[in-house]
Design a binder for this molecule. Sequence first.
Ligand code: COA
Length: 548
Amino acid sequence: MFLSIRAAWACTCIVKRTLSSFPVIKSQLDINSSRFHDNVARTRGVALEIQTAIESARAGGGTRALERHVKANKKLFVRDRLKLLLDPNAPFLELSQLAGHEMPYGDVKGAGLITGIGQIEGRMCFINANDATVKAGSMFPVSVKKQLRGQEIALQNQLPVVNLVDSGGAFLPLQAEIFPDSEHGGKTFANLATLSSKGIPVVTIVCGSCTAGAAYIPTMSQEAIIVKSIGSLYLGGPPLVKASTGEEVSSEDLGGADVHCSISGCTDHYATNEEEALAITRNIVATFGEDKSPFSHADSDPPCYSADELLGLAHYPGSSSKYPALEVIARIVDGSKFQEFKPKYGPELITGYAKLYGQVVGVIANNGEMAPDAASKGSQFVQICNSRGIPLIFLCDVVDRCYSCNEDTISSDVHKSGLAIKAQAQMIHTVSLAQVPRITIVVGDSFGPTSFAMCSRSLSPNFLFLWPNARIGAVRPEEVQSSSEDDGLCKLNQQCSSLHATSRVWDDGIILPQQTRQVLHLSLTAAQYPYRPMGNTGMTRTRAVMRM
Ligand code: COA
């Protein structure tokens, strides 16, 4: 599995609902065909490459750094911290695992931090934890991007946040790319203020270095815990103090647990070790109140067809035609049941109702080019779902065509070209303004402006995941083949790949096709159980009166 979803599915059935009598999709898939087998083999090949990269990212910063972390610094590894923090046997949806993969400035494993949605004391929380084995947890440009994306998820889905800070602050050689601009490091603090203004709790453990700007993270949190001996919090560390004043001071005396719990008030809870800090954090989260139904699901029918068959439904360039979108839907939704909306109108876009673990969802899936009727049907369906509070799932496999210049479509028909633009613009408008949870899975291609209508990243879906075969870009590489040099084309192919996209945090992670149903369920659950504060005055740590 790519995403760390622990196997808790079988035992979390709580609500039993009557299944709908939606019609069952009758699959026409020939799983013995050579085309299907070729596709399975190809997807397995790409998946293996991605799995290898994920394992490397999970291993962190290399043998020397791992040894140093434990032996010299006497700290727990970040994944061991998470084990102690999260509820045992509950799922953890880890996000953007391949952020930082082979960036121009180096291979930054996991971007030096772990983010994801997990359960603590029965409450869903967003977790943000530095991995100090990767350059002491210092923040590269992609680390900042991953951290900001995490805060965006917490804000959009109203999830309480737990930070585990263990970071050397800005990665100094790249400081110009992480400090000055609006979407750089300072935005982290603006987001903390916004979370506070909405009454969403943020709890921070200082379990390592918390230097320079990072010092504001615990200080701007609702509650902060600091660990004796290993936690330190200051704007400038001992070397800086020595350089500017000549004074020699230890890290503990300058900004350790005693200083901040007894004198500055920057932190609220004193922990003698990490295990205690994590236990205190769980106790704090226990005061948030219970979730209605975190990560639980109805006793629902699984799809009638094996999820493994989704491997063969992945679409690749060069294959003669795509499989019908209904084949994909049939392997994701409860009982493969689907009430299609307007099946005979605009069939290039499939729209309809289904259930996912008992929850009604609206499904929108590309089934060809986005012709005018298809786009206008899409708009209508989004409006209906929005008015009824039905979450939307987009299965994106869009090939954009320039209607006014492409020979094999309705090229010369300016009237139809205008109709397409108008209908697509309307769908982009409707999808942009829909207020229900929207989750996008790119199951194939996502090229050109039409992909916006399928709730691409710029339209702020709650979550967006890629299948390994997904490609994203302004134009399909094969369309520019004739006019490009070979190495230019190779670069374009690489830039459109799922690995390239996910390394830059243009999505929330690559998932295996057969994980789609579970990932959708986790994402939908996270989007639907927002934390609701009982009262809210915002929060500032004004009591931090310095007595030194
Ligand atoms: N920028 C760039 N590289 C950094 C860094 C930073 N802010 N902080 C640490 N690193 C690098 C180190 O150079 C070292 O690289 P190497 O493995 O190639 O030798 C690696 O991260 C590990 O750092 P190290 O100092 O050996 O780890 P440590 O556990 O002994 O100490 C810190 C950790 C955080 C206390 C220490 O690295 C430190 O003080 N860093 C600078 C903090 C700072 O002043 N930040 C201000 C940013 S605005």
